[in-house]
Design a protein around this ligand. Structure first.
Ligand SMILES: Nc1ncnc2c1ncn2[C@@H]1O[C@H](COP(=O)(O)OP(=O)(O)OP(=O)(O)O)[C@@H](O)[C@H]1O
Ligand SMILES: [Mg+2]
Length: 350
């Protein structure tokens, strides 16, 4: 267990700046996720923390000690690679024993530690198998056991679940989280899957072109995105151009397609958009008052517990709205409707 301080890290390849003066602090025992789309620099950043890539600028501190130039094998980090990178010609036992042998531990210590580790990941009965004789989920647990058995101070995982089928991915989230908590280890997890990030993490750094767009708890990132990028990446918010905004108490009054309504935050600096999640918009068949925006139905999709409607607002912008099945008026294309925006909708940087 360790705390990590990343201080102004820069990594360039040729003219391209891949990681751009990035700083962050990760606390002892934290489950920290690097989230972002393909190519945003997640693997590059993780590999710098592991010591496989040396940064061009900046410092990396582990428990107050500068490790920027320390070779990977001296960093006491355990790494789980996206493709697991198991040794195909070694048994499960020997794969997991590898790091202990490199560290010149005695065979009785190795037998004991590997045995206990394999029990923890429920692979004790498969110790003599080879990787080719295992399922994807079993291989993934071997990779985890191999990283954890050396009792690293930091566990680094690069999209470890991406090769698994949907059901196993969800099971393995719990396994990883439980192992991390039992060993009380600092973990850095890379994914481009927002649901994985929300369900596993203590905190998430949402990356955008080598910088942090927002660093927050899962709840903070979902409920209070600062940017259109964050609102769109996490939970697919509708992003709407607004006609005007004025401060009102702790929040704002927003003008949109001739209607006026309140939202819970103040407008950020510069150009802003309204981020409205499909579950934060309600569908009505009566105008009632000037807070409701007139719209027409484009189409309705039935999803069992809810229906999603695609609507065109009076000003021509499209929005998606979720309607719980019990309140679904089951309207077809061209039906005139009204929508209201709850105070949970947010003004974000465009
Ligand atoms: N050795 C290299 N030489 C040149 N460019 C590189 C090198 N390694 C990575 N890049 C570039 O750096 C950028 C970030 O790559 P990185 O592998 O960190 O992305 P990522 O966020 O992990 O993406 P993914 O989700 O697809 O794994 C990409 O544009 C990539 O092409
Ligand atoms: Mg990657």
């Amino acid at each position: 267990m360790a705390d990590i301080f990343i201080d102004g890290i820069v990594k360039r390849y040729g003219d391209a700046t891949i990681i751009d003066h990035l700083s962050l602090n990760i606390a002892h025992g934290e489950f920290f996720t690097l989230l972002g789309p393909s190519g945003c620099g997640k693997t590059t950043l993780l590999r710098m923390i592991a010591g496989f890539i040396i940064p061009d600028e900046g410092r990396l501190m582990l428990d107050g000690v500068d490790i920027t130039r320390l070779p990977a094998h001296k960093r006491e980090t355990g790494m789980v690679f996206q493709d697991y990178a198991l040794f195909p010609d070694k048994t499960v036992f020997d794969n997991v024993a590898y790091g202990l042998r490199v560290r010149k531990q005695s065979s009785s210590v190795i037998a004991d530690k590997v045995g206990r580790m394999l029990e923890r990941v429920e692979l004790g009965h498969l110790a003599k198998r080879y990787p080719a004789e295992l399922s994807g989920g079993q291989r993934q647990r071997v990779a985890l056991a191999r990283a954890l058995v050396i009792e690293p101070r930091v566990l680094l995982m690069d999209e470890p679940l991406s090769n698994l089928d949907a059901k196993l991915r969800i099971q393995m989230r719990d396994v990883i989280r439980q192992l991390q908590q039992e060993s009380n280890i600092t973990a850095i997890f890379v994914t481009h899957d927002q649901e994985e990030a929300l369900s596993m993490s203590d905190r998430i750094a949402l990356l955008r072109n080598g910088r942090i767009d927002q660093l927050d708890t899962p709840e903070g990132l979902y409920a209070r995105p600062h940017t259109a990028y964050a609102a769109d990446f996490i939970g697919a918010a509708n992003l709407l151009n607004i006609e005007g905004v004025s401060q009102a108490g702790d929040g704002c009054q927003v003008q949109l397609a001739g209607a006026r309504f309140g939202v819970g935050n103040v407008a950020p600096q510069g150009q802003c958009s309204l981020a409205a999640r499909p579950e934060h918009i309600s569908l009505h068949q009566a105008a009632e008052d000037a807070t409701r925006v007139p719209a027409t139905v484009l189409h309705r999709r039935y999803l069992g517990y809810k229906a999603t409607y695609a609507l065109k607002l009076a000003d021509g912008q499209n929005v998606n709205v979720d309607v719980p099945a019990a309140q679904d008026p089951q309207l077809g294309p061209n039906a005139p409707v009204f929508v209201s925006f709850s105070a949970e909708c947010r003004l974000v940087q465009a």
